[in-house]
Design a protein around this ligand. Sequence first.
Ligand SMILES: *Cc1c(COP(=O)(O)O)cnc(C)c1O
Length: 443
Amino acid sequence: MATERRDRAVRAAIEQELLTEEHPVAALLDTDGVRASAAALRDAFAAVTGAPVLHAFAVKAGPLVPVLRLLYAEGLGAEVASPGELALARAAGMPPERIVLDSPAKTPAELAGALALGVAVNADNPQELARLDALVAGAPTRSPIGLRVNPQIGGGTIDALSTATPTSKFGVALRDRGARDQVVRAFLDRPWLTRLHTHTGSQGVPLSLLATGVREVYELAEEINAATVRATGRRQVDTLDIGGGLPVNFTSDEETPTFAAYARLLAEQAPGLFDGRYGLVTEFGRSLLAKHGTLLARVEYTKTSGARPIAVTHAGVQVATRTVYDPDSWPLRIAAYDAEGRPKDGPPVDQDVAGPACFAGDLLAVQRPLPPLEPGDVVAALDTGAYYFTAHYAYNSLPRPGVHAYTGTAGGARRLVTLRPPQQLPEIVAEAGGAHRDALLER
Ligand SMILES: *Cc1c(COP(=O)(O)O)cnc(C)c1O
């Protein structure tokens, strides 16, 4: 059970001195949980189709090389959206045929590099297609190439993560005047354009809207293929990349909605998608990792302000940026442990859980009922395996925390393995131009 595994890992992290005065923040990842989610994803699609499916993990959700390595070993690939993310996938040993490059701002050099390597590329817009025309004419490539479209079906509850709104910055806006015909034309003009890509959004987008986005893209593929069959006898679109975006439940340990429920919904909404005529690519991120990460921080002080109890901890905006800046959209569950890592009990008291950064809004939770916290206690922000401690925000020059993984053993002692060591002060100085100290003094 995930909760029990987590409790034992918190205890072990403290015993193994991974959470100390020197390193008052540490992150934990549940290896068994990650494996189980990868298996659930594979099984969900295998249950509805015999077609080949590449599950490309969205690297931005968890940009750690050992995590990518584990997911590769679990049969997954990687969706990358920057030269850095591509380098991480390569460092993890992923072969080009497991990698998909998306990004709305690829440079000519990035495109040329991707085509030379043979990774799949999804173009975002007509200008990018024109660049690809020149590159494809100049050198042969093994890269499958697709076009991202925005079905403009609307957003979810979080604007910043809704990618299929009428004015989203991503892909070709399919319902704009003339756009659909231009997309069909783009395929007729380019025999190497063989994929369609869409990603309707992330957290806050309901399953039904995700499925509608996929259905719209399936219908567009059918329309393009009817046109290419008339022109050349060939069904040119052979693969549909349906993006990621499965939302995550941040309110309990329950993993819902499931990959299986989503795959079944897709099979209902667009049965033709799974009948073997199309290969598939998925790009899930948050739903593979979020439930398996725990962020630990020591309580430094406790105080009251305006009669409200506040626990001042070391985890705030640097590791929970979205929660701090947009707390209504991103509430996190908080668990309390004592200094030895034992779950705390005691009658809950409403208290704020504050971070270390120097602005008033740096709060992990406001008026949260928790056992009374004391200095030396440990707070745990749950469900933080995706987009939290791996998406560091360098405010106040606070260091990136170490990330450590635990793997279940049959009740025995558990060893935590380090995936990323905590950032050291010399690294912070170096990243702040430490080697260029006198640059402004030179005349
Ligand atoms: C962010 C992103 C994903 C992953 O989204 P999740 O909500 O983490 O599943 C997939 N595809 C693209 C193009 C993205 O930008």
